[in-house]
Design a protein around this ligand. Structure first.
Ligand SMILES: [Zn+2]
Ligand SMILES: [Zn+2]
Length: 311
């Protein structure tokens, strides 16, 4: 699906779509968001490095990893991936955004195996007490926000950086603006001419397309409190572990139903919904899709190996 905010391409690759246990066709949670040339790995369930290879996703420009929580289906692939990166000669630092205990776990695994990574791990801790920006680069920002699950768990909102305003060429010519001033004008500044006249930025430019954003919510009980954090996101990925038939299990294990995921999408007024994190009890996923589609459209299933264009 394509949206109007295209400045750089933003694509989502699904590597894992299963919940707690894998099935013969489905792996635990992992996905890659590609913004321009940068890649962000979101969760890293068992088998993630094999899935990257299988789907031809190179590790170049993969410098950021977000881990939602420390249930094994969301990070048991991490130490394997980091080890392989080191064995292949990676030297560039890796930023890992995740729960406080994550760095200790990685350190003890490395110590026990007598291994040292060839690159620096920069650990940014997520917190359960606030919604805030945890990381920012020139290309994107990452916000984390608390999810209601059985342990420390956060969602992520990844947003491309705001774009420069567009020059209004007719106005630029009319006021004979020198090329040297374009950069500041595109950044939003007014123009002060040598004769002391101020030309407002609104006259000289038109607004840039709004930045695209991707919200990732896994794992969580149905929780309308997250809506303000993901309001208006272009794409929402929301876990849909169960259908309504198993709503009691969803509540018991702090997971969501497909209907719950779709209700959150509707409340947050997102442009599209992707559901995933399916219970292994469902061989066919049609029931989950149908249940979500009755509440919100457009909605699609997260299918491993499939690429989703976000912007
Ligand atoms: Zn999970
Ligand atoms: Zn979990």
């Amino acid at each position: 699906m394509l949206f109007e905010c295209i400045q750089v391409s933003i694509e989502l690759y699904i590597l894992g779509s299963s919940s707690a246990t894998p099935t013969k066709d489905r792996h635990p949670s992992a996905q890659v968001l590609k913004i321009g040339s940068e890649k962000i790995l979101i969760d890293c369930g068992e088998g993630t490095q094999s899935q990257l290879m299988k789907f031809g996703i190179k590790q170049a420009n993969l410098n950021t990893i977000c881990i939602s929580h420390l249930h094994g289906d969301h990070y048991f692939g991490l130490i394997g991936l980091l080890s392989t990166m080191s064995l292949y000669g990676r030297t560039q630092a890796m930023t890992i955004i995740g729960p406080p205990m994550l760095k200790d776990i990685i350190d003890i695994q490395l110590t026990a195996s007598g291994m040292a990574l060839n690159f620096e791990l920069i650990h940014i801790e997520t917190t359960m007490d606030k919604h805030h920006t945890v990381y920012q680069t020139a290309a994107f920002s990452i916000q984390s926000f608390p999810l209601q699950h059985r342990i420390h768990c956060t969602g992520f909102l990844i947003q491309e950086s705001p774009k420069e305003r567009h020059l209004n060429t007719a106005a630029i010519e009319h006021y004979q603006i020198p090329v040297a001033a374009y950069k500041a004008i595109k950044a939003g500044q007014d123009y002060n001419s040598p004769d002391g006249q101020t030309i407002p930025n609104a006259v000289l430019t038109t607004a840039a397309a709004s930045p695209c954003s991707y919200a990732y919510c896994s794992d969580t009980i149905f929780d309308p409190q997250i809506v303000p954090f993901i309001k208006g996101a272009h794409t929402l990925y929301h876990e849909a572990t169960y259908t309504n038939e198993h709503a009691d299990r969803a509540e018991l294990y702090y997971h969501s139903t497909a209907e719950g995921a779709a209700t959150i999408a509707q409340m947050a007024e997102v442009k599209q919904l992707i559901i995933g994190h399916y219970s292994s009890r469902y061989g066919q996923l049609d029931g989950l899709l149908k249940e979500a589609a009755a509440v919100f459209s457009p909605v699609v299933l997260a299918i491993e190996g499939k690429t989703y264009t976000i912007g």
